[in-house]
Design a protein around this ligand. Structure first.
Ligand SMILES: NC(=O)c1ccc[n+]([C@@H]2O[C@H](COP(=O)([O-])OP(=O)(O)OC[C@H]3O[C@@H](n4cnc5c(N)ncnc54)[C@H](O)[C@@H]3O)[C@@H](O)[C@H]2O)c1
Length: 259
């Protein structure tokens, strides 16, 4: 039985990835690692099990991956390092145009970059030929992102790390890719939109304004969009794809929308 480990799979993009991996039959079972686990929706509940752990904590990650491999098999088939983002308080620093404190900088890097290494060094040695890793970077890692310097640096780090791991693990037959999502209205954007817009009730309008300003295709992206791209990268249809960063962003990285 093929199974995947998906971090941050309780909601948002992670849940989109979980649903798509099952929908497209890339795997049959999924172990979600999340700080705040939530029951999977009814239709997929029987195929998904949640494990509570903080992916920035080496000991918790080790114990959780031990528990998962004992239950589902010694050799995970797929790893999606998706947990990341930031907290409302961190975003507010950006809005004020302040330099992020060193403490906030460290927490961004810990959550968005160090966690990817902590998970990968725990899981990759247990993988065998044919296994796949897919990391969640961001368009923020591909473009300068003035309000979110630490987040952008961490996500750029994920891109570099993805390419290095692809080279390192290629001879073992393990593929490593990343997605760079664009603008998706999840909890992250509820908080970021509120911080940038100056009030919680302006979160959605700020988000929509950003979509119109930045997205050549003129529409927001969804967890389903990201999930489908990840499911493809993790399937045998992408058997010759490794070390790639797929932007799922309606064209944002091409440059500002021309209207
Ligand atoms: N929403 C966007 O527009 C967007 C764009 C580009 C990239 N991303 C990236 O996509 C990923 C998912 O973001 P989202 O928008 O779905 O956010 P979200 O906040 O809705 O979901 C994040 C999930 O990760 C979990 N999580 C957070 N910290 C954790 C930790 N330390 N250990 C374990 N689990 C933890 C949360 O509990 C939550 O279930 C992140 O890496 C984010 O940076 C999001």
């Amino acid at each position: 039985m093929k199974y995947a480990i998906v971090t941050g799979g309780a909601r948002g993009l992670g849940l989109g990835i979980v649903k798509a991996l099952l929908d497209e039959k890339a795997v049959e079972r999924i172990a979600v690692i999340d700080l705040r686990p939530a029951p999977a929706p009814g239709a997929i509940a029987a195929q998904v099990e949640s494990f509570a752990a903080d992916v920035t904590d080496e000991k918790q990650v080790h114990e959780t991956v031990e528990a998962i491999t004992r239950k589902y098999g010694a050799h995970p088939d797929v790893l999606c390092n998706n947990a990341g983002g930031g907290e409302k308080m961190w975003f507010e620093h950006g809005r004020e145009g302040e330099w992020e404190t060193v403490e906030v900088w460290r927490r961004y890097v810990d959550l968005n970059l160090n966690s990817v290494h902590i998970m990968t060094r725990e899981v990759a040695p247990r993988m065998t030929s044919g296994a796949v890793i897919c990391n969640t970077s961001s368009i923020a890692g591909m473009l300068p992102t003035p309000f979110l310097a630490a987040y952008a640096a961490a996500k750029a780090g994920v891109i570099s790390y993805t390419r290095t791991c692809a080279l390192q693990l290629g001879p073992k037959g393990i593929r490593v890719n990343a997605v760079a999502p664009g603008l998706i209205y999840t909890r992250v954007w509820e908080d970021l939109g509120a911080a940038l817009g100056g009030a919680e009730e302006r979160a959605r309008a700020t988000f929509e304004h950003t979509v119109q300003r930045l997205v050549p295709l003129g529409r927001e992206q969804t967890p389903e969009d990201i999930g489908r791209a990840v499911a493809w990268l993790c399937s045998e249809r992408a058997i010759n794809v490794t070390g790639q960063i797929i932007a799922v962003d309606g064209g944002i990285v091409l440059g500002p929308a021309v209207r």
